[in-house]
Design a protein around this ligand. Sequence first.
Ligand code: S3P
Length: 173
Amino acid sequence: TSRVRRAPCIVLVGMMGAGKTTVGRELARRLHRRFVDSDHEICARTGVSVPVIFDVEGEAGFRRRESQVIDDLTQQTDLVLATGGGVVLAEENRTVLRERCTVIYLDVPPAVLWERTRHDRNRPLLQVEDPRGRIEALYRERDPLYRSVAHVVVPGGRGSAKSMLRKIEKALE
Ligand code: S3P
């Protein structure tokens, strides 16, 4: 007997500013899938912004909400899901992503991430004295975690959305 397996969720992981939302939205359009951004979903459920959640509940509170949303959304098929940069910090999320989804890591160097996020006020983790150093430290800490969940690693650089999309489409063929 043959069983039909519906297309598992395609998930984009990577650092803040890597292009998960931009690339994910366009990938979904090309694959005729629905696009969801997990930060956006968290905000829709709570009715407030990411910085407000960090203010009121701390990073730990945000992470609990994020894990719940990841658990819910990764059970859906025919989805392209863009995640927040810290999704890989929780082991439970890493397991869920690895087992249920096709995971794509957008690997963009810290210098480019910095250029893209330097004027951004919507990312609480970068509201520090030395955001550039923070990005480098987060990259060093997280790069191995992104690799540990990724089925596909896609390198990117400046203005690389189109070339990343080409590489992803090739890898998914
Ligand atoms: C975070 C990244 C953000 C958001 C939150 C925490 C992180 O998402 O989830 O500010 O820990 O890197 P983006 O990667 O979409 O900026």
